[in-house]
Design a protein around this ligand. Structure first.
Ligand SMILES: NC(=O)c1ccc[n+]([C@@H]2O[C@H](COP(=O)([O-])OP(=O)(O)OC[C@H]3O[C@@H](n4cnc5c(N)ncnc54)[C@H](O)[C@@H]3O)[C@@H](O)[C@H]2O)c1
Ligand SMILES: [Fe+2]
Length: 381
């Protein structure tokens, strides 16, 4: 038996931020990072709270790839302030932190129900509508995707105004994260008609608007579209889950601090080649595995209609490499220039074990062996 539901109410479009004025809560804690607490942009959220005489406090101790100890600091702040609502204003790191903080505060201290409102400021993770929270253990250098429906935000507010300050490199990384979510959800073994519809629309928008948003951060139409695409992809993978691409990317983030979306973008051409079994040496076959047909459908959504199955999957791989190049995303770890080959190769075996154990890898359309994962990490150098 399968089921599909969207628990998070989504506010979007013109004047979406007016929802903040209507919030029925009395004591609010805003969870954010230093960038936002020091930026005038936070006023987009604090002003309506002040004007409606709400009591609020700002907690700004969130860092990228949130580590466990920062979650503990957040839990202490929440149990001390006793808010009835958390508003997470930030990228995936902030929203994931807020989810974990609320979860532990409620479970450990039997605190009364706390509402969670997610206001994303990157168009990337879709965390505003997912049951996932990715927390890093810096000592063991592992990223853990925690999954629980109880972590789903109650509401999400999408306002592209908050995304316009995102610099081009972060637009590129987070935008490729959106595309990877949609592609992995679409090819996941848990893919279903509902998640597929959401993923297809998200892929279509990425094809038309990601490069536009990268080239002109003030292109509000492209920004709005990508903000919606990010949420659609979040809904898709919340239902269908992800795959090996994310399982391997998490280890690159935990070990080398490669931004999450960038790690996904660099891996994506390799993972499509692995999952499809189609590489530059491939000859045509009478029958292809199911995921190959799905990659063909994805290519068509992007307007990459080509001669036959092999050339169409190749066109998809080429298009992703083209997007990476246009948006200055390195194609390999060596191109990044800040990781030594000895250090990288020394970590491959350990990263491969962690990638195979990562929850995302379980729904990959092709079951990878350790040798496969080691080879892909090696090719990524
Ligand atoms: N929960 C999920 O479903 C899910 C899915 C994918 C990834 N993740 C996790 O989310 C995290 C990545 O999130 P992210 O890609 O949104 O990046 P992020 O939240 O780490 O932010 C990246 C940087 O961009 C800055 N930033 C954010 N919004 C900005 C704005 N409007 N203007 C200028 N700068 C801004 C931040 O301050 C930070 O320095 C990773 O930890 C990843 O593992 C979670
Ligand atoms: Fe992601």
């Amino acid at each position: 038996m399968k089921s599909f539901d969207i628990k998070t109410k989504i506010y979007f479009g013109d004047n979406a931020m007016d929802r903040v004025r209507e919030l029925p809560y009395k004591r609010i804690m805003i969870i954010t990072d230093k960038f936002f607490s020091e930026s005038s942009l936070l006023r987009i959220v604090t002003q309506p709270l002040s004007e409606t005489h709400k009591e609020f406090r700002v907690f700004n101790d969130v860092v990228p790839d949130p580590p466990i100890d920062k979650i503990v600091v957040g839990v202490k702040a929440v149990t001390e302030y006793q808010p009835d609502c958390l508003i997470a204003v930030g990228g995936g790191s902030v929203i994931d932190s807020a989810k974990a903080i609320r979860e532990f505060a409620v479970r450990m201290y039997s605190t009364a129900k706390i509402a969670l409102i997610a206001i994303p400021t990157t168009s990337g993770t879709g965390s505003e509508v997912t049951a996932f929270s990715v927390i890093t253990d810096p000592v063991r250098q592992v990223k853990y995707p925690l999954v629980s429906d109880s972590m789903l935000p109650d509401e999400a507010i999408l306002d592209e105004e908050l995304v316009k300050s995102v610099p081009p490199n972060v637009t590129a990384d987070t935008g490729m994260d959106v595309l990877t979510h949609a592609i992995e959800a679409y090819t996941s073994i848990n893919n279903n008609e509902f998640s597929a519809a959401l993923a297809e629309k998200s892929i279509e928008i990425c094809g038309a608007f990601l490069l536009r948003a990268y080239l002109d951060g003030n292109d509000w139409h492209a920004r709005r579209k990508m903000h919606v695409a990010s949420c659609l992809a979040g809904l898709a993978f919340n239902s269908a889950s992800l795959g090996l691409n994310h399982g391997m990317a998490h280890q690159l983030g935990a070990n080398f601090h490669i931004p999450h979306g960038r790690a996904n973008a660099m891996l994506l051409p390799h993972i499509i080649e692995f999952n499809s079994g189609i590489n530059i040496h491939s000859r045509s076959q009478k029958q292809y595995p199911k995921q190959v047909e799905k990659y063909v459908s994805i290519a068509r959504l992007l307007g990459l209609q080509n001669f036959n199955t092999i050339t169409t999957v190749r066109a998809l791989v080429n298009w992703i490499q083209f997007m990476n190049k246009e948006m200055n995303i390195p194609l390999s770890i060596s191109q990044m220039g800040n990781v030594s080959e000895i250090e990288y190769r020394g970590k491959i075996s350990q990263m491969a074990d962690a990638a195979l154990a990562d929850g995302c890898t379980a729904t990959n359309p092709k079951v990878p062996t350790k040798a496969d994962v080691v080879r892909i990490y090696g090719e990524l150098w």
